[in-house]
Each structure stands twice: as structure tokens, then as C-alpha cells.
Design a protein around this ligand. Structure first.
Ligand SMILES: [Zn+2]
Length: 329
């Protein structure tokens, strides 16, 4: 089947790359379509919905360069990156023209601001062509995280179970179910019936060859699960654990942030996970763990901003084998 997006026409067995214009804006997104020789699922892969999350963006760029129609069953549509104006203005993950966080405004609005139009274009053109969706993220420029994957949880049962199976194929230690049905790109796609995941790997506006290799393997393993790549699936280094009851704590006040744990580090209920202080060392806010858990991500810049993320953590689902018991003194 031929895939057509704007001026890009990918006949069966071909690969095309180029810029795709976002209607009624100045934006042009780099897009690659790899239309496989044999039939299979159409998978949308996006990097740079958040433009300072470079590991996700570079992984999308590499996949676009390296994947070929000869090895793909079905089709890959890769956007690398989505928020092109944010990338070229080096904003911290907001659309340059309107300051909006693209992953909070789906399904978008074709008559809204630039970010709204970009979201609407993805919803109306790209999501409609996709059977599955893999969205590549990282910690933002001021965030550190442990590698993990979100999967769509607020959708039809068969969409949720397929999204969870895709998440289980990602070679990261933790998966987290998301309960949002809108605002995020993969969340909204889920409500349209498209099983989707959001991978978090890397952060702090850095990237390295080692991380990009791992990130590409994450994506390829999902493509193996989906039979888009005809290769045996890789088994993860350790069993992937489900993280539940995630807590997303925001800063109540602007100040200096002093975390006590590292991303991925376990803690016990009642532990002090970090503090916000003023410029004179006075404690303004303390973050106390609500239960035994692990840190998913946290701010890593000294600056912390009022009503913005501070730390996110979760609880490892107790399947009888994995508890924080061993960390107790
Ligand atoms: Zn992100």
C-alpha cells in the first residue's frame, strides 16, 4: 500500500525522507517513511515532542537513516523531531512560538496557536495512518530519570493489553500504566484505538553513543514483538517490573532544590526525598515519601520552579518476589 503524507509519497518497498509542512504555520518537520516490501503494521515513531530530550530525537534520526524497506514488514513513519521550532530555538521542551508544552495539548486545534496546530496535524494525519505508536522521550534538560516506559491505560481493554505487551518488550527495568486519555500524544492516540507507549531514557540535555544504541534496541525489540522486524526478540537483562501508584510532586515555591536520592534509587516510607531551600539555606519545602518506592525522575537543576515538577516516584507492584524489604536496615 502506498503511504502519502503531504509531498512525501512512499510506494511499497521504498523509503522517502523530507520536510512536511504543518498547515497554516511556518513549521516544516523532518519525516521519513519506510514502506516495507511485505505487509504488516504501520508504526508511528516520534522523537522530540519535547525538543530538549535529545536521546529520543537522536534515536529517531538514527532509525530513520538505518532502517530499510527490505527488512521492514509493514511501514515505519518516523518524525525526527516533532517540535522543530523548539529544537532550533533550544527552548526547554516548549513550542517556540507559543510557549506551550506539546504533550499537554492533544488532540490540538487546527485554528489555535502554532503548538495547537502541530498537535492537530499529528492527530488528523499521522495518528489516522498508525496501527501502533512509539513516542521517544527522555528527562527534560533539567531532569534526571531511570529508564522506564509508560503505556496507555485509559483506553479500550484490547488497546491497553496490547500497549502493555509493547511496553514489556522495551528493554528497561520498569513500566508504568498511564491513566490519561487526552493531552499527551500517545494518550490521545490510545483513545483513538491505537496502542501506544512512551519511552523515557536519558535526560539532562545530554546524549551518548551508548545510550542511543540502547534506545535503538528498545525500539527494535518492540518492532520485533510487532513482527515488523523478523528477528528473535531480545530478553531483558533483568525482569521488567510494574510500577504503580505513581506520585508526581510539584514544587510549591521557587527556590533551590536539594534531592537526597538518585533517579532509580529505592527508599522507604517517611524518608526525606529532597528539600527546597531559599538562598539563605532556610528550608521552604520538604518532600517526604508516602510509601516504600523508587524514584522515577526528579529535577536535577539547582533551580526549581513553583508549580512545576519536582519528583516522581512509584511503588513496585508486589508480585511476591520484589519488595523494598532488602533495603530496610
Ligand atoms: Zn518528554
Amino acid at each position: 500500500m502506498e503511504i502519502v503524507i503531504d509531498n512525501l509519497v512512499a510506494k511499497k518497498g521504498t523509503k522517502v525522507s523530507g520536510y512536511v509542512a504543518v498547515p497554516k504555520t511556518e513549521l516544516k518537520m523532518p519525516v521519513t517513511i519506510i514502506n516495507g516490501q511485505s505487509a504488516g503494521k504501520t508504526v508511528l515513531i516520534t522523537g522530540g515532542v519535547h525538543n530538549a530530550e535529545y536521546t529520543g530525537i537522536e534515536t529517531a534520526i538514527r532509525l530513520a537513516q538505518e532502517m530499510t524497506p527490505e527488512t521492514v514488514a509493514g511501514c515505519l513513519i518516523i518524525i525526527h523531531p516533532v517540535n522543530i521550532s523548539g529544537f532550533e530555538n533550544r527552548t526547554m521542551s516548549v513550542v517556540a512560538e507559543d510557549g506551550k508544552n506539546l504533550n499537554r495539548i492533544f488532540p490540538g486545534d487546527r485554528d489555535g496557536t502554532t503548538g495547537d496546530k502541530l498537535a492537530a496535524f499529528l492527530t488528523e494525519v499521522f495518528f489516522k495512518k498508525a496501527d501502533r505508536f512509539i513516542d521517544l522521550h527522555a528527562g527534560d534538560g533539567y531532569e534526571s530519570l531511570t529508564p522506564y516506559v509508560y503505556y496507555v491505560g485509559a483506553a479500550k481493554e484490547e488497546v491497553v493489553s496490547e500497549a502493555e505487551a509493547m511496553a514489556a518488550a522495551v528493554l528497561v527495568p520498569y513500566r508504568v500504566k498511564s491513566y490519561l486519555a487526552t493531552s499527551g500524544a500517545y494518550n490521545y492516540a490510545g483513545s483513538m484505538g491505537i496502542p501506544g507507549i512512551l519511552i523515557e531514557r536519558g535526560g539532562e540535555a545530554r546524549w551518548s553513543e551508548d545510550e542511543i544504541k540502547k534506545y535503538q534496541e528498545d525500539v527494535k525489540n518492540v518492532l520485533r514483538y510487532l513482527k515488523v522486524l523478523d528477528e528473535p526478540m531480545q530478553s531483558p537483562a533483568c525482569k521488567q517490573l510494574e510500577v504503580v501508584d505513581a506520585v508526581y510532586e510539584e514544587a510549591e515555591i521557587t527556590g533551590c532544590w536539594y534531592p537526597n536520592k538518585k533517579a532509580g534509587e529505592p527508599f522507604l516510607k517517611g524518608e526525606n526525598l529532597g528539600m527546597i531551600k531559599d538562598y539563605f539555606g532556610k528550608v521552604l519545602q520538604t518532600c517526604i515519601a508516602k510509601y516504600d518506592g523508587i524514584v522515577l525522575y526528579q529535577v536535577s537543576s539547582l533551580t526549581i520552579l513553583k508549580k512545576s515538577p519536582m519528583i516522581a516516584y512509584g511503588k513496585i507492584k508486589n508480585d511476591g518476589h520484589h519488595t523494598n524489604e532488602k533495603y530496610k536496615k
